[in-house]
Design a protein around this ligand. Structure first.
Ligand SMILES: *Cc1c(COP(=O)(O)O)cnc(C)c1O
Length: 393
């Protein structure tokens, strides 16, 4: 009999009842060190007192009024995002997928308003992940996500990751936009080198195509900059944000330049819950904390520490691990064994990690992780690796 909860997930047999910083308490009472952070969502850890206070205060005052009226919390968070980024304007959603949906609509509307309604093609990259809606799976195009869901939406094309010749051949004046994750998350923590992001910006400019960055996973301080593309020094025209921005409260955002967004006039898009006072009150606090003097420098310092320890771990277990890659506190351990086995071995050591494609285990701790917790996590990974290769111990 089908379970009451539609069984679309392979869930671990763990039930968490409380969280505090980088620690989760399981129903059994056991404490787990959280290097998954709800898949890069709990950027400030669990039950951060400032976020709890912001949500509680807002919950006691006003939950929802709809976008028929002005929402000061929404205007405030939008102003913060505009101040800190390339963007001139922001639309709030409840998830990353919804931000992708608006990105696609905005790109299409842009070219329609520009008198080129036939310019609809959006290029994406193999290994990409943009969400699970029809547009999002059509954009990413992987067999794993699209099988059985045909017909897909037309107008998307996927290019091999890192294949400059293929990009050059495909990117012409018929292309409306290119969408890319500066660091692929689900695809296996694959950073696009700075020189490639720069080249992509130049190639888009040469044909007038819009450049869309999906920073749903790699944004909000995860790589040690507020947004990952800042490392390369290039700006997109449109950017999707979600996951970390709510610190665990569901909220997403679509950021855009005025030129890219100009055709999205009243009535062209909407969302009942998008930009509601609860999500925006929390999002503003997350932004405030990440933008605080020294916060991102500390993320970069801790990222260096974690990476150095992981290099040592890989060297100590060459039969289990092949290497470390990624940026900031968005790191991947490339495995020689099934990543799911490494994740399960981590569970046995009360450590949470996340599997990804390309034989990678993702390490996505809260950005507030401490040096001691980093050392503890690597010790637990070491024990997990030893449990997977007892003959080599
Ligand atoms: C998680 C993710 C999405 C989808 O976000 P949801 O909030 O699950 O809809 C889109 N793009 C990237 C890069 C992601 O990691």
């Amino acid at each position: 009999m089908i379970p009451a909860v539609l069984p679309t997930y392979n869930r671990a047999p763990l039930t968490f009842t409380a969280g505090d910083g980088a620690w989760l308490t399981e129903a059994s009472g056991a404490r787990y060190l959280d290097f998954a952070a709800g898949i890069a969502v709990n950027a400030l850890g669990h039950a951060h007192p400032v976020l709890v206070a912001a949500l509680s205060e807002q919950a006691g005052r006003l939950w929802h009024v709809s976008n028929l009226y002005r929402i000061p919390e929404q205007e405030r968070l939008a102003a913060m995002l505009v101040e800190k980024t390339f963007a001139d304007t922001v639309f709030f959603t409840n998830s990353g997928t919804e931000a992708l949906e608006l990105a696609v609509k905005m790109v299409r509307k842009h070219w329609h308003a520009a008198g080129q309604p036939e310019r609809t093609t959006i290029l994406a990259f193999e290994g990409a992940f943009h969400g699970r809606s029809m547009a999002a799976i059509s954009a990413a195009g992987s067999e794993k996500m699209t099988a059985g869901f045909a017909p897909l939406l037309p107008g998307f094309r996927q290019l091999p990751f890192g294949d400059h010749a293929a990009l050059k051949a495909a990117l012409d004046e018929t292309v409306a936009a290119v969408i890319v994750e500066p660091v692929q998350g689900e695809g296996g923590i694959r950073p696009l080198p700075d020189v490639c992001l720069k080249g992509l910006r130049a190639a888009c400019d040469a044909v007038g195509a819009l450049l869309v960055f999906d920073e749903v996973q790699c944004g909000m301080g995860r790589t040690g900059r507020l947004f990952a593309h800042e490392w390369a020094g290039v700006d997109p025209d449109i950017m999707m944000v979600a996951k970390g921005i709510g610190g665990g409260f569901p909220i997403g955002a679509l950021l855009a330049t005025e030129a890219a967004a100009a055709a999205m006039t009243a009535g062209t898009h909407g969302s009942t819950y998008g930009g509601n006072p609860l999500g925006c009150a929390v999002g503003a606090k997350v932004m405030e904390i990440i933008a605080e003097e020294g916060f991102l420098a500390e993320v970069r310092r801790k990222a260096g520490l974690l990476r150095q320890k992981l290099e040592g771990l890989v060297a100590a277990h060459p039969e289990v691990f092949e290497g470390v890659r990624g940026a900031g506190l968005m790191l991947g351990l490339k495995c020689r064994v099934a990543p799911a086995d490494v994740v399960a071995a981590g569970h046995a050591q009360h450590l949470l990690t996340v599997p990804a494609a390309d034989n990678v285990v993702r390490l996505l701790p809260p950005l507030t992780i401490t040096d001691d917790e980093i050392a503890e996590a690597v010790a637990r990974l070491d024990a997990a690796a030893r449990s997977l290769a007892p003959q080599a111990a």
